[in-house]
Design a protein around this ligand. Structure first.
Ligand SMILES: [Zn+2]
Length: 323
């Protein structure tokens, strides 16, 4: 076994503003079992931790793991920002957790097996999962993207996850695509995320006459209407696809990528999103090496984050740089 690899079952977790997922993975990344619950938003931080704790106990029981001491490690993806690698998390979309000691809590409650307990950004985990066992398998230079409520990403270069100075490398959602564009939640302007995040798309479409005055509408509704040929809905997805293509062209020129795997809820819109993406990419990625990049839908779907969380532990030599 190579350094950094594990031989027993791994507890895997994926925490976002919409859902908390947990499972048990074999060392090779196959999920023995997994389940998820909606992320509770009407509870305090301690209550949310207890919900997660119950979820983890449940998957251990279903997987017939006798106790935490039988685990060879714990891998966890969580929405950012966070203090990394310490694992103190302050997810933008989970206000109840600000500086919440997620990694220390996991280690104290489920770490008696003595294996590594590793927490990283959820989009980075999804990218690691796609590189390890999904659409980027076998390629050495991959950008994994999650296009959903936000736009996240993770970067694998020369077969290794790039973490950066503070664990935040790969934040393609905050690459600027239209400097005069809408304000972004990060405080900047014209970021990819400001244009292509689901709620941003919905807001733009409603301003342009799609289902005005229906605040409950989501990007999923928008994509469904676009599939039916609703003009404004189609334009909204074209706008997002175009912005994605520009950002991917820039990233490809910078990093000499082979594959970009695009996942997250919005990627389910299929050709309505990917066609304008490819058009913009063809216009903006002109250098010979950059023209070779392949942009593909993510292969692991909802499980990318959990599989990537397993990769942090089971293939730490490639996906964990913090020592
Ligand atoms: Zn931004």
């Amino acid at each position: 076994m190579a350094a950094g690899e594990q031989d027993g079952p791994v507890l895997v977790i994926d925490i976002g503003g919409t859902k908390m997922a947990a499972g048990v993975a074999e060392p090779g990344g196959r999920l023995i079992t997994w389940t998820q619950v909606p992320t509770a938003h009407d509870v305090d931080g301690e209550h949310l931790w207890r919900i997660l704790e119950d979820l983890l106990l449940e998957v251990l029981e279903v997987a017939k793991i006798p106790g935490p001491e039988a685990l060879s490690g714990i891998g966890c993806g969580c929405g950012g920002p966070m203090e990394w690698p310490a694992g103190l998390v302050s997810p933008l979309n989970i206000p109840a957790w600000r500086g919440f000691p997620l990694r220390p809590r996991l280690a104290a409650r489920f770490g008696s097996g003595g294996g590594p307990v590793r927490v990283h950004n959820d989009a980075i985990c999804a990218a690691a999962g796609e590189h390890w066992r999904g659409a980027g398998r076998g390629k050495r230079n991959v950008l994994g993207m999650v296009v959903s409520t936000g736009v996240g990403g993770g970067l694998i270069l020369d077969n290794r996850l790039i973490s950066g100075a503070s664990g935040n490398a790969g934040h393609i959602g905050h690459v600027v695509v239209y400097p005069e564009g809408p304000a972004c939640v990060c405080g900047g302007r014209g970021c990819l995320e400001a244009i292509a995040r689901g709620p941003g798309l919905v807001a733009w479409a409603q301003q342009h006459g799609w289902r005005p005055g229906q605040p409950e509408m989501t990007a999923k509704d928008l994509a469904a209407d676009a599939a039916q040929g609703h003009g404004v809905a189609v334009k909204a997805l074209r706008r997002a696809g175009h912005a994605l293509g520009i950002a991917i062209a820039s990233a490809t020129s910078l990093c000499d990528l082979e594959v970009v795997a695009v996942g997250g809820g919005l990627s389910q819109a299929g050709q309505l999103l990917f066609e304008p993406l490819q058009e913009a990419l063809a216009v903006h990625a002109r250098l010979e090496f950059a023209r070779k990049v392949r942009v593909v839908p993510a292969a692991l779907g909802l499980n990318a984050g959990l599989v990537g969380a397993a990769a942090l532990v089971c293939a730490g030599d490639r996906y964990w740089t913090a020592g």
